[in-house]
Design a protein around this ligand. Sequence first.
Ligand SMILES: *Cc1c(COP(=O)(O)O)cnc(C)c1O
Length: 423
Amino acid sequence: MDHFLYRDGMLHAEDVPLSEIAAAVGTPFYVYSTATLTRHYRLFEEALSPLPHVICFAMKACGNLSVVRTLANLGAGADVVSVGEYLKARAAGVPGDRIVFSGVGKTREEMRTALTGGIRQFNVESEPELAALDEVARSLGLRAPVAIRVNPDVDARTHEKIATGRKENKFGIPISRAVEVYAQAAAMKGIEVMGIDVHIGSQLTELEPFEQAYLKVAELTRALRSQGHDIRRLDLGGGLGIPYERSNSAPPLPTEYGEVVKRTVGDLGCEIEIEPGRLIAGNAGLLVSSVIYVKSGEERDFLILDAAMNDLMRPTLYGARHEIVPVQEAVPGMEQRLYDVVGPVCETGDTFARQYPLPALGPGDMVAFRSAGAYGAVMASEYNARPLVPEVLVNGDQFAVIRRRPSYDEMINRDSIAPWLQS
Ligand SMILES: *Cc1c(COP(=O)(O)O)cnc(C)c1O
């Protein structure tokens, strides 16, 4: 459930008509709902209680400071994958001891910043990284809290570009080598082993892969404890999927996911960490766009929008399909047309949907892409010199621009002319 509903024939974000935001901000824009973000966060809270737990929002899904602060105010931590995200999490108000640092390529510089600034734990993904972290921590006279990310070799049954738990993927250390690597870690003066980390992929629509992975983590926990390691935290990653199209069968709910967690690792006495991104932010956001032209081709009609692949990459990147709805509600019984919905970018890949049923639309009419709150704005670029799409946050009957659209001057002035080219 989300908080984007029609009222008096107009799509609203909570109590705000999208037409009002469009008039203030122009299109295209992203809009997020505080109520939906809150609801999704609380679903995870309920799903994991009464286990001791921390929900670390995966900032790569939606890193706007206002979105992260909304969640931080509810008690969320953050999962970050770069020092940029670390600094943004801190700026949003997430305390260091609620931030976990994931990713296969942390640099020494990134480690230093997080160690001195305060960090809950590093999720270490390789032996060279472990050695580097040990060195950096010792040079600062500190001990780095660590979970080692294990790769359980489980098929997440999701899109190949976002599956991370197979042995051929670049992530984590093979679970078969874990005992050896934990022994190395225990001998390092700059490392304090806290627990185990696993994340098998994103947009999972079944529970079975989670169950398989978590059973392996439970087994590993027992094995490591028998070797004397104090395993007190389990980071179970993110990855729970969301429905993108109305016709999709609904993915499992957080409560059902919570049951899997309890069944597999609930009796180990560990603090549970999870890192959901998509499920919290995905259906909490829309991308709103206006029709520029309707172009009738020989075989099909093209709906040419002012949003493009640079604003929402998922369709061209993953072949993803987002539900597209008219902002002005279709009158019941109104004829539907089939459109190829495209943006203005000069690539055929700039296509959001083919032969998509919508009421007859004309220039100036608006459409909204649903489920665009995760991996939407964060992936946007200025390809074709299109200014970065702005973001808006709604809370009840209020809205605020939380990232404004840059002006053309700002965009141009980010480049500079090399000295030898200046006349
Ligand atoms: C991407 C990622 C997540 C979030 O995944 P979602 O599918 O958005 O829940 C969590 N943890 C790690 C390590 C990730 O790379």
